[in-house]
Design a protein. Structure first.
Length: 358
């Protein structure tokens, strides 16, 4: 039970009756190619796709669903762009709790299939994710419905589910522990900002010299530019990014992210979707790391930090690779093209092709 390893450092539910699938304790892998190509001596990737449902959201769901079970809930209502839903669906299945999910309109089909496989019931809502007004309406409506039905209500943001988000703080704790007194910078992708806030809180509670930077797609810049500009408030904006998981046009935890990152000496970076796709492909081909687009956003932010001279070349830089490549089939097609895998008649044809390709 890796998530409960640092239980004294976060607001953990007691572990005896924890709903767990072995989440947390994910690998921190040193870069072999991309770091040196950027001129960095110490680049690390935190591989959150190794969690049981393939994203860091399992840290959230383990904590949230443990609390729901303790509270005696038999049903859970939640929202998702994909990964939260898969995590909640899995941990609810494990706890014997029924799971109903309001889904962002553009969520990738693969993520929806994963939720259904765990037995969750899902309904997509038009413009949910892209329109701040619709996000507000759905959140308020769900909160009311959950209390009417006596169900749990879980959204992966501190402003809605602080008990679940406390579980995500363990990611910051794990990185800070691994950095063992070194100066380090964490680059965190942000939609509503809950992840970044959790990581910053984890780093702070560990102590030590860690900065946390917030990286957002240009089409969902609710926090990053404000943080960089020295402002204290995030701003709602219609979301136009195609990066699944980061389409959260409302402020949610944004104000707290600004304060927490600034308090640790961090700043904001805004990156283009195309740049993210190209880092997603480079992660796979140059490092063997299979990430969904959101998981490559941090690296796009780090590239900017290097270009602006905002990170020392011998500082330890940690990019959070927040979800597995299996999550988003559309993005894989973009990477590999539609070329069908050839079928040959004989082994000799295979051998011929290999010789020609070498
Ligand atoms: C893979 C991935 N990375 C990052 C995030 C960003 O999380 P937050 O909305 O808390 O900023 C999400 C959210 O869904 C996600 O699915």
């Amino acid at each position: 039970m890796n998530l409960w390893k640092h239980a004294a450092k976060w607001d953990a539910p007691p572990s005896e009756d924890a709903v767990t699938l072995g989440e947390g304790g994910t690998p921190l892998v040193r870069s072999r190619v991309i770091g040196p190509a950027l001129g960095l001596k110490n680049l690390w990737f935190k591989i959150e796709g190794c969690n049981p449902t393939g994203s860091y959201k399992d840290r959230f769901a383990a904590s949230a669903v443990t609390h729901l079970k303790r509270d005696g809930r038999v049903a859970c209502l939640g929202t998702s762009s994909g990964n939260t839903g898969a995590a909640l669906a899995a941990y609810c299945a494990r706890a014997g709790i029924r799971c109903f999910l309001a889904i962002v309109e553009g969520a990738p089909e693969g993520k929806l299939r994963q939720m259904r496989a765990y037995g969750a019931q899902l309904i997509r809502i038009k413009n949910f994710g892209s329109s701040p007004a619709v996000i507000d309406e759905v959140m308020t409506g769900l909160r009311g419905l959950a209390s009417e039905l006596g169900a749990g209500f879980e959204v992966s943001a501190f402003c809605f589910s602080p008990r679940g988000m406390a579980g995500v703080e363990t990611m910051g704790l794990e990185v800070a522990e691994a950095m063992a007194g070194e100066r380090f910078s964490i680059f965190s992708p942000a939609g509503g900002g809950g992840l970044t806030l959790a990581v910053a809180r984890g780093v702070k509670s560990w102590g030590g010299a860690g900065r946390v930077h917030c990286v957002q797609p240009v089409g969902n810049d609710t926090i990053a530019s404000r943080l960089r500009a020295g402002e204290s408030r995030a701003v709602a904006t219609p979301s136009t990014t195609s990066i699944s998981g980061l389409q959260v046009g409302s402020v949610l935890d944004g104000d707290e992210v600004i304060a927490a990152c600034r308090g640790l000496g961090g700043t904001g970076y805004v990156v283009a979707d195309e740049t993210v796709w190209s880092w997603q492909a480079r992660l796979a081909r140059e490092e063997g790391i299979f990430s969904e687009p959101a998981g490559a956003v941090a690296l796009a932010g780090l590239e900017q930090a290097v270009a602006r001279g905002e990170i020392a070349l011998d500082e330890h830089a940690v990019c959070l690779v927040t979800g597995s490549g299996f999550k988003d089939e559309r993005s894989l097609l973009r990477m590999t093209g539609e070329t069908p895998t050839p079928l040959v008649e004989r082994f000799a044809d295979f051998a011929h092709a290999v010789r020609a390709g070498l």
